[in-house]
Write a protein that binds this ligand. Structure first.
Ligand code: FES
Length: 171
């Protein structure tokens, strides 16, 4: 990866940019903010683009390769865009015990995709996440910004049908 001649740009929400500036101040050495910045960008943009790597490098006064090394070291960082809808299934204890893994598998089947991949129509990405702080209503699924509780096989079907209907309405 080469150093850019012009400033790389990232398309982030103003609150993410503000949070990034704030997070950097928590570290005596800027470089130490690499990991938190990557998390913030992935949370906002859904993945870590080439431009995001260049942008972080510039922001933290590093070489792009230093940022790329971190991105490639940690498997949770995504290098490609996700689907329009992001289905995140909790896999922590309460949800795992009450069928979270099956719920995740059912969503993958509904959208003909695999864990971490995007459905062929570009509509949905299914992922596991850790505890969503709603353990009493397990299994829990976060879809974009909406929390769905007690997501059993029937709810997976219902939710999937709704996602498909919303996708069809956009066409
Ligand atoms: S274990 Fe799933 S929400 Fe806490």
């Amino acid at each position: 990866m080469s150093t850019p001649t012009s400033s790389p740009s990232v398309n982030l929400k103003p609150e993410t940019l503000a949070r990034i500036d704030e997070v950097i101040t928590h570290y005596p050495v800027k470089r130490s903010a690499t990991l938190p910045l990557l998390h913030l960008i992935q949370e906002d943009a859904g993945y870590i683009s080439e431009d995001a790597i260049l942008w972080i490098a510039q922001k933290l006064e590093l070489q792009p390769i230093n940022v790329l090394e971190v991105v490639t070291f940690y498997p949770m960082f995504r290098r490609a865009p996700i689907g329009r809808r992001h289905i995140k299934v909790c896999r922590t204890l309460s949800c795992a015990l009450l069928g979270g893994y099956k719920t995740c598998e059912n969503f993958q089947k509904e959208f003909n995709t695999t864990l971490g991949a995007t459905s062929p129509d570009g509509e949905v990405t299914v992922d596991f996440v850790e505890c969503l702080a709603s353990c009493g209503t397990a299994p829990v699924v976060l879809i974009d910004e909406t929390l769905h509780e007690k997501v059993d096989a029937a709810r997976v079907k219902q939710i999937s049908a709704q996602i498909r209907a919303e996708a069809a309405a956009r066409k």
